[in-house]
Design a protein around this ligand. Structure first.
Ligand SMILES: CC(C)(COP(=O)(O)OP(=O)(O)OC[C@H]1O[C@@H](n2cnc3c(N)ncnc32)[C@H](O)[C@@H]1OP(=O)(O)O)[C@@H](O)C(=O)NCCC(=O)NCCS
Length: 153
């Protein structure tokens, strides 16, 4: 399994994986908050590219027989804060240490660049991912509450 440093200009290669991550998060959101998440790859793609213009970013894909089976994007913002922006491993490749390799690589890069803090966003109902992040000593740093119904309908 190869960990390949990739230019953010090639972010399009993770679209199928991001779609699965989105379905995963959206299903959780629907279960607990009664509605699916509204997000599209077109918007997300733009967001990745815009972030790369504002921040220093690192992007790795993991390939198995030339297939992309996992990825991780991290960034350092203008305040010197590090962020694990997105991480995903295809279900059939989980539990083989790929997620850990990606996290180790990206946390090492962030620390080497002397970030002042390292944060990430995770859906509060994504318990499996939260457990995964605990292993790297991430803990919830505060309650962020979101209004489920923005429009009064
Ligand atoms: C979180 C994720 C990236 C971990 O990738 P992975 O390749 O399976 O991670 P590893 O194989 O390195 O697992 C490390 C440990 O965490 C555990 N673990 C990882 N994902 C787990 C899961 N979904 N459920 C239970 N345990 C999990 C593994 O069992 C392993 O424990 P072990 O070392 O005792 O065997 C992967 O599960 C994933 O893509 N999840 C869905 C997407 C997601 O939620 N991403 C985070 C969005 S914020």
């Amino acid at each position: 399994m190869d960990l390949i440093a990739t230019d953010i200009a090639d972010i399009g290669i993770i679209e199928p994986l991001w779609q699965k991550l989105h379905e995963h998060n959206s299903a959780l959101h629907k279960k607990y908050f009664g509605r699916e998440l509204k997000e599209t790859w077109t918007r997300k793609n733009r967001e990745f590219v815009a972030r790369a213009q504002e921040c220093r970013t690192k992007f790795h894909v993991v390939k198995s027989d030339d297939w992309v089976v996992g990825y991780c994007v991290s960034a350092i913002n203008k305040y010197g804060q590090g962020e694990i922006v997105s991480i995903y491993v295809l279900p059939e490749f989980r539990g083989k240490g790929i997620g850990t390799r990606l996290m180790d690589e990206h946390l090492r890069w962030l620390r080497e660049n002397q970030v002042t803090s390292i944060f990430l966003f995770v859906h509060p109902c994504n318990i499996d991912a939260i457990r995964f992040y605990w292993r790297f000593s991430f803990f919830a740093s505060g309650p962020l509450m979101e209004l489920c119904k923005v429009k009064d309908s």
